[in-house]
Design a protein around this ligand. Structure first.
Ligand code: PDD
Length: 277
């Protein structure tokens, strides 16, 4: 295994950063998780656009030829199906201080882990998710892909303790997203998903679902969703880069509709499979 750190490709045990790195001390850093299938970045440009958005949102300048860097990292790790983690922090000034003085050298770190190629495995292999509902404990800038994920982790722990795979989050009486995924609710043949202005992460998989649905003539609506709407939903899905589009078949122990993976999900999964190849 080889990781990338500040211009070098290294074995992980040789990659070192300062204890004063602002990413470590303050989570003063942003990240991306990008799937590579057969060595090729999936929706790479969309991920890099979101990275630019996150960097800009925290006032961090870090210009690099990201595609070259990430492709080289994947190649050095043997290619194949991998998820790439890329993190950029504001760097270190050799001590802990809230206000950072001047312009620091950002810390750029990237690593990869092998992943399954979900769409190659077929819809039958996908298991419906069991989720819980919980209060959204996060801050108000969830549009930034920040490494400050403590609230996400606590809510994920809560889901895990309840024997669930993911938690769906409720803020001010409306659903926002999952701890590490976006949310979709299907009713009467229409795909509904929370608006970006509801303070959620603009998921690349979310955008692709809306794109594929629109191309296939399936109506989509970005709208406020109340938790009560789940009780009468035909289908519920979550989405993320590494998991793709996943059917939710249980919420707080109750089945979604008949508790089976729904037909529109099967359709969307097929659209993804075709899109990948
Ligand atoms: N998480 N919402 C949140 C809060 C997320 O953390 C993620 C992704 C998404 C989905 O975004 P995308 O479709 O671009 O992956 C939505 C990544 C996978 C993670 O933190 O590991």
């Amino acid at each position: 295994e080889v990781v990338y750190l500040n211009g070098q490709f290294l074995p992980p045990e040789q990659a070192q950063i300062s204890v004063f790195d602002r990413g470590f001390l303050f989570a003063d850093s942003v990240y991306e998780v990008i799937p590579f299938y057969q060595g090729v970045g999936f929706r790479l440009q969309e991920h890099l656009q979101r990275l630019a958005y996150s960097l800009d949102a925290i006032g961090l300048q870090a210009e690099q030829d990201w595609p070259v860097l990430l492709n080289e990292l994947v190649r050095r790790n043997g290619g194949g199906n991998r998820s790439v983690y890329l993190q950029i922090s504001r760097g270190s000034e050799g001590r802990r201080r809230f206000a950072s003085e001047g312009k620091l050298q950002p810390t750029v770190f990237a690593c990869t882990t092998p992943i399954r190629h979900i769409y190659d495995e077929g819809a039958d292999r996908i298991q419906g998710y069991n989720v819980i509902l919980t209060d959204d404990l996060r801050w108000h800038r969830c549009d930034i892909k920040s490494t400050g994920l403590l609230a996400n982790l606590l809510m994920q722990q809560q889901a895990h303790r309840a024997g669930a795979d993911e938690a769906l989050l409720v803020r001010d009486g409306v659903l926002s997203e999952g701890t590490s995924s976006n949310l979709f609710v299907v009713r009467d043949g229409v795909i509904h998903t929370p608006r970006l202005s509801a303070g959620i992460l603009g998921g690349t998989t979310r955008a692709l679902i809306l794109e594929l649905a629109t191309d296939a003539g399936i109506p989509c609506q970005e709208t406020d969703l109340r938790p009560e709407a789940l009780a009468t939903a035909d289908e519920v899905w979550i989405s993320s880069s590494t998991r793709g589009v996943v059917p939710v078949t249980r919420i707080d122990g109750q089945p979604v509709a008949d508790g089976q993976k729904g037909p529109l999900w099967q359709h969307m999964f097929a659209l993804f499979t075709r899109f990948q190849h």
